[in-house]
Design a protein around this ligand. Structure first.
Ligand code: SF4
Length: 286
């Protein structure tokens, strides 16, 4: 096989929100023997497996938690859930990312000011479920701006985004909403709740994809920001999303000379380095 150049994006891998969440939970695990986290602390299977060895286990519902110490994941939680935890007098370890917390505050502020809140995001994602809880009972989450016209419209609409969506998609969504609801709606307020860490990674991934003939995106298959990286690269070049180096297929490298690597915000440096080493060993390149 011809020599292949492997290059990493200038911004990739773990963000401050994920590092902060892992630090908080690592510290708590030393203090408490058993902790239940409501959903994975971060969307990375390898990190979650490592944490489970220190007594931190994942539950899907509060009712499944047998421990007295409950951790809120970096994606945050709705206020109703926080009230239930408080009512049960459980100890809370909150790892909610400060950027997600800002989006929750923006959702609440809009709802309190009488806006019907529209969230641009995947309704089943934990962060969006949390945002919906803060955004008032009339809030909806959707990826389709045109569909907003089918809702019972109120005079004031507020729009926010799941933090990890791409800027281009959010702008496109807002345009679609405006086209769909004008002139029935008198006022639309858009709050930019996008995470800049995510935007920087997406921008760097697009730049690298433009000069590569294969892109490898490293991260959890269930990680929204990792999926977004794959989505922005796919129109430009052949792109594969993998969680570990073991998923690399040798035939992907056939005829390739420049391989770009990017990684989601919850991907460890170790996972990225393992991918680089595997690609280099398969290609004999540098
Ligand atoms: S990607 Fe952004 S919002 Fe998500 S955890 Fe990292 S810093 Fe926070």
């Amino acid at each position: 096989m011809a020599k292949i150049k492997v290059k990493k994006a200038r911004e990739l891998g773990s963000c401050f929100g994920v590092r902060r969440a892992i630090e908080i939970i690592d510290k708590a695990a030393k203090e408490y023997r058993h902790i239940s986290t409501l959903g994975p602390i971060v969307h990375n299977r390898l990190v979650v497996t490592k944490l489970s060895e220190t007594g931190v286990k994942v539950v899907n519902e509060l009712d499944q938690a047998k421990d007295r110490v409950i951790a809120i994941a970096s994606h945050g939680a709705p206020p109703q859930l926080l009230s239930q935890i408080q009512a049960r007098k459980l100890q809370v370890i909150d790892t909610t990312c400060p950027i997600v917390r800002s989006a929750q505050k923006a959702a609440k502020k809009l709802a309190d000011a009488g806006f019907r809140v529209i969230i641009f995001g995947e309704a089943t994602h934990p962060e969006v479920k949390g945002l919906l809880g803060w955004a008032g009972s009339s809030a909806v989450a959707t990826m389709n701006g045109a569909e907003v016209a089918k809702l019972e419209l109120t005079p004031r609409l507020g729009i926010i985004s799941q933090t990890t969506q791409s800027q281009a998609s959010f702008v496109g969504f807002c345009n679609d909403v405006i086209k769909a609801v004008f002139p029935a709606v008198l006022e639309i307020r858009i709050v930019n709740t996008l995470c800049q860490e995510t935007q920087k990674r997406q921008q760097a991934a697009v730049e690298l994809a433009a000069e590569s003939d294969l892109m490898i995106v490293v991260g959890g298959h269930n990680s929204a920001n990792t999926q977004r990286l794959a989505e922005v690269c796919t129109p430009l070049v052949e792109t594969h999303l993998i969680e570990t180096a073991a998923e690399i297929k040798e035939d992907w490298l056939t005829g390739k000379q420049h391989i770009g690597i990017t990684a989601g915000a919850s991907t460890s440096d170790q996972a990225i380095e393992e991918v680089v080493l595997k690609l280099q060993s398969l290609s004999g390149g540098n």
